[in-house]
Design a protein around this ligand. Structure first.
Ligand code: URA
Length: 234
């Protein structure tokens, strides 16, 4: 990015004023004064104006990934397992996952470099419901469903009311859709454990109204403008 644009995007001055700052020797890149107007700022460069470090507002990116099983949702793993960032390696911006999905959970994971956006989606006060499809062991009785809906103790924490619908009950397992807006570690698994049904498979199919859809596992897409606006205001 051109140095004058970088300074303007950092909110220091207009591009024209930025040019003046450059010509007058008020700008340094990586500690060295720069007086050339056409200078480019590269990734990792430290830019100072009048001795103060500045940072341009980078381009914001918003990605929806269909996380496969067997990937960790961190940037580096001490056991050297594959991470979700490996699946979005061709995105140049430094994006990070919004919230977490377990190693053994698949489905919709949003990644972004927009910290405010990430905070909004993960903080329970905003009540952004995440929809999970779970295959659970055994029968899910009405009494158990009622407990899940009301809130269960998952070890020192009582969950907020959940939306629970059994899609299919078979003899030995059930397919259930559950919506929660909190994101405690392994929350859905712990909730089903609390009522006596082990989770066999878990997939997140939506965050708010943003749905996973038919995207293949390991693939990603950019969120649409409408989805971004919706999630910023949900
Ligand atoms: N709840 C879980 O138990 N696991 C997840 O990955 C997400 C929610």
């Amino acid at each position: 990015m051109r140095l004058n644009k970088y300074i303007a995007q950092a909110g220091i001055a207009s591009r024209r004023k930025a040019d003046e700052l450059i010509i007058n020797g008020n700008v340094k890149i990586n500690g060295l004064p720069v007086k050339e107007l056409g200078t480019d700022v590269k990734e990792g460069d430290v830019v100072e104006v009048n001795g103060r470090r500045i940072e341009a507002e980078g381009k914001k990116v918003y990605i929806a990934l269909n996380k496969p099983l067997g990937y960790v949702t961190t940037s580096s793993d001490d056991k050297d397992r594959a991470t979700v960032l490996d699946l979005v390696a061709d995105i140049p911006e430094r994006i990070f996952p919004v919230g977490r999905l377990d190693y053994n959970t698949s489905g919709l994971l949003i990644l972004t470099n927009d910290g405010d956006f990430a905070y909004r989606l993960t903080h329970p006060k905003h009540h952004v419901y995440k929809t999970y499809r779970a295959v659970v062991q055994g029968q899910l009785s009405n009494e158990r469903i009622a407990r899940l809906r009301k809130g269960v103790d998952i070890g020192g924490f009582v969950t907020s009311p959940a939306i629970v619908n059994v899609i299919k009950q078979q003899e030995r397992k059930a397919l259930v859709e559950i919506l929660i807006y909190e994101g405690k570690n392994r929350q859905v698994r712990k909730m089903f454990n609390a009522v006596g049904n082990k989770v066999l498979e878990l997939e997140r199919i939506a965050i708010g109204d943003v749905r996973l859809g038919r995207m293949m596992e390991g693939h990603y897409r950019k969120l649409t403008r409408e989805e971004i606006e919706y999630l910023k205001n949900v």
